[in-house]
Ligand binder design. Structure first.
Ligand code: SF4
Length: 332
């Protein structure tokens, strides 16, 4: 299951997601949150009827930790109380922006049973952080990481981006070296993608597809360094409009592959999506086929069109009814 919290403290210059800055969307958070909990309850009823087993939960966005500790606790409890969690192998909460993390929130997340969090520096170069519009510095990232360890998290992922504007190969190497000293269980290295709707592209920056862009050297360094530090690559994907036509790679220590990430890449599982911008993907066994159900994209659409969106979720039942009928026919 994927749950979307489409709010962030500020908007990164490369962002193309539906996420809204809390400055602009503060008023929407509470009504959105209440409806989201209802959607999770409704989705659980459907999952039960269709006899689906929950294998992983991913609360992403946006930045889920823009919610307060009480909301985070309620959100996680809504999942725990409505789904059978005995089959769940991994529960991730993105805590992407270090400036949204505090002890109360981390404790609420861990106590609720979410065992994997992602703290995303993107870079530890403060000047680059400023250029890309993230309202935190590298020291906040390091403190947030220590705090997460103190609270007791045993699987911390950290995301980096190669090819950020004004970043250099030397500064990227320095970032990665410092991350390796922290020794998170997994590191995800993205390459900058110049999405059309991002502020970066709209301000006239163009995509560099030259194979020898600095990002290529950064990724080569990741390969050398992370392998030496005991990580292995466990998933890889490309998006459109990536610098140097490079890729995103998930690295992890043994036993710490992100299960949800693998399911998404392999398209082997049904994913039920809740929240604005979420997409449910229904997987037919032994087939390449995936049927998709789209939720409304923006929080205000989600709030205004909530009933219609729940009606769309009926398609999950129809899909599994048809599948059951088909299986009973071929099994005769
Ligand atoms: S943290 Fe992620 S979702 Fe939020 S603005 Fe930055 S790129 Fe977009």
């Amino acid at each position: 299951m994927y749950i979307s919290i489409p709010f962030c403290p500020s908007r990164c210059s490369y962002c193309s997601f539906v996420s809204q800055s809390i400055e602009k969307a503060q008023k929407l958070i509470e009504p959105y949150f209440e409806l989201l909990c209802k959607e999770i309850e409704y989705t659980a009823e459907i999952a039960k009827e269709c006899k689906l087993q929950l294998e992983s939960v991913y609360i992403g966005g946006g930045t889920p930790t823009t919610l307060n500790a009480e909301q985070l606790e309620k959100l996680i409890n809504t999942v725990n109380e409505n789904f059978d969690m005995t089959t769940c192998r991994e529960f991730t909460v993105e805590a992407g922006r270090p400036d949204t993390i505090d002890k109360e929130k981390l404790t609420a997340i861990l106590k609720g049973g979410a065992d994997r969090i992602s703290i995303n520096p993107q870079t530890l170069n403060d000047k680059v952080l400023e250029v890309i519009g993230r309202k935190h510095n590298s020291e906040q990232t390091l403190k947030a990481y220590q705090l997460a360890r103190e609270v007791g998290f045993r699987h911390i992922n950290m995301d980096l981006i190669a090819g950020l504007p004004t970043d250099t190969v030397e500064s990227f190497r320095d970032t990665l070296d410092k991350i390796c000293e922290l020794s998170p269980e997994s590191v995800t290295v993205h390459t900058l993608a110049m999405k059309r709707s991002s502020r970066l592209t709209q301000e006239g920056n163009s995509l560099d597809t030259d194979k020898e862009v600095p990002a290529a050297k950064m990724l080569r360094y990741c390969e050398e360094k992370l392998i030496c530090e005991g990580y292995h690559p466990y998933y890889l994907y490309r998006q459109t409009r990536m610098e140097g036509n490079l890729e995103n790679v998930g690295w992890s220590k043994d036993g710490y592959d992100g299960v949800y990430n693998v399911f998404v890449m392999d398209e082997t599982h049904t994913i039920l999506g809740c929240g604005a911008g979420a997409v449910s993907k229904l997987k037919k066994p032994n087939s390449e086929e995936l049927s998709r159900i789209f939720n409304y994209k923006y929080p205000y659409e989600y709030i205004n069109g909530f009933e219609e969106m729940l009606r769309r979720k009926e398609q999950v039942k129809e899909f599994y009814d048809e599948l059951a009928e088909y299986l009973s026919e071929i099994c005769v």
